[in-house]
Design a protein around this ligand. Sequence first.
Ligand SMILES: [Zn+2]
Length: 452
Amino acid sequence: MFCVSEQGSLTIVRRSSTKKSQNHTDTVAGYSSSFADDETLDAVDLDTDNLPAVDTPDACDKAAVRLRCLLRQLQRGEISAELLQKNLHYAARVLEAVFIDETKRLADDDDELSEVQPDAVPPEVREWLASTFTRQLATTRRKSDEKPKFRSVAHAIRAGIFVDRIYRRVSNTALMQFPSDVVRVLKTLDEWSFDVFALNDAASSQPVKYLGYDLLNRYGMIHKFKVPPVTLETFLSRVEEGYCRHKNPYHNNLHAADVAQTVHYMLCQTGLMNWLTDLEIFATLVAAIIHDYEHTGTTNNFHVMSGTETALLYNDRAVLENHHISASFRVMKDDECNILQNLSREEFREFRTLVIDMVLATDMSFHFQQLKNMKNLLTLAEPSVDKSKALSLVLHCCDISHPAKRWDLHHRWTMLLLEEFFRQGDKERELGLPFSPLCDRKNTLVAESQIG
Ligand SMILES: [Zn+2]
């Protein structure tokens, strides 16, 4: 139809008309104006009596034909001013009605319930839809005498299609509610100087939950790997609790969120993400989130020297890193935390291998070996970079990146890390063990500890 036919949004209005081709009073009754030829236009009666109401689909058609007709007559210079005025007035009112209609539709845009005919679904289904998929509270209450049954099979099918459509839409979006302060801080998520301490304050000490959720959602992982939003939320909350278990000054949930954000920076700002598959991105983000899960606030050396249970379990090799991975996968075995439940067997194997490789490589004792390997590789004429090794290096770099961050952030991290070391020193003294480097709170110089 003329003037509106190309806009899908307006066709909704048009479609609802059943009066078209009826009650026509002028000579182009039933004629679509976009096809009106000169002869037809010449035959239009420009009398403005008996025109359809301005907010009806018919009015649009009529107004369009009349405008075309007026244009022809203006060209010939044969139109009366009064007739021109009356017809333009009518056309203006039609446009206003369309505008109001469209504005109202756009205002209702996030409420697709408005598209459902009132009789298409029973009131309690509508109520459930409203309370489940929109933020509005159910406004219509079923009267006690109303029978909650579908009027027809057709209505049931229509309701089913509608639920499916809206469910698909919702399942693609973040369901978790974010406090407005958290949203404000997360706006700077793409920046190198992102302030994770500010996020922690805004997020009531749950930075992993919000940042982790936001990151996985931004990369489309929730959708691509069909992670149920509630499961992701439960998983992240559980991980966050694990990070807080030992009340460490440094290796806690803030550090996890900080490293995950830095990994995100590397992925998105260097173009690295374009080199990776979805599964590799998913594994990298999850590896960053869990890489220090249940950290004890003590070093591998402490575990080995004091002969902890964990050191015994992992035979003194990458004691903490093995624990972070093992304990995290144990969390994911719990159904309500299983964010990998919809991965295929192959995807799961690849994901697990990648996460294990990446987190094991965060063991600082591999630092120089990792650097040497990568340097050697890059000297080759045609280096073929192993993705797993490259990603491991990226995670390791992000893990130790705070000296390269803004001064105030770095200073804060340094003081927290030293406090953690000193607490280990206190334990070492209690156990009669020699002090590990930087762990003696009486004989450590802060400035000299930060070299490089
Ligand atoms: Zn770490």
